[in-house]
Design a binder for this molecule. Structure first.
Ligand SMILES: [Zn+2]
Length: 143
């Protein structure tokens, strides 16, 4: 049993051999995505093969900077560990705007968000008592 006095945490992803690097690279303070060594496209979510040429992707470290492609504001309390309202967004890494990462924007009020907004990665450490290696990549305004 976990500590009953602590507040509930965000639901965390189940780590697999394929996705572990994505969810844990924040422990080193970096945001990583897969890149295809053949066509040099970034790839997300993690996969075994590039969908264009079937090359085996490699993990690379990104700048941590991105741009908001789209967003929505959630008001429904789906998870007690995430106070509402909160912003759900698609963020494109600056290294490859064709890649879309589903995430949350934090340290921002919903009225501040706009398409094309520059953002920067920040990590929330998982605290479900099962696997503290999870570092959720979230994004804040890059002011
Ligand atoms: Zn490729």
């Amino acid at each position: 049993m976990g500590d009953q006095s602590s507040s509930p945490s965000r639901p965390l992803p189940a780590l697999t051999a394929l996705n572990r690097h994505y969810w844990t690279s924040g422990a080193d303070g970096v945001w990583s995505l897969q890149r295809c060594p053949a066509c040099e496209r970034l790839i997300h979510p993690p996969t075994m093969r590039c969908q264009y040429d079937h090359a085996v992707p490699e993990w690379i470290v990104l700048s941590g900077r991105g741009v908001v492609e789209s967003w929505t504001v959630n008001h429904h309390p789906f998870f007690p560990g995430i106070p509402t309202p909160y912003v759900i967004a698609f963020v494109n890494p600056v290294e490859d705007p064709s890649v879309r990462v589903l995430t949350n924007l934090v340290e921002v009020t919903p009225g501040e968000v706009f398409v094309g907004m520059p953002v920067r990665v920040t990590f929330e450490v998982g605290d479900d008592g099962i696997d503290d290696a999870v570092h959720l990549p979230l994004f804040t305004p890059d002011r």
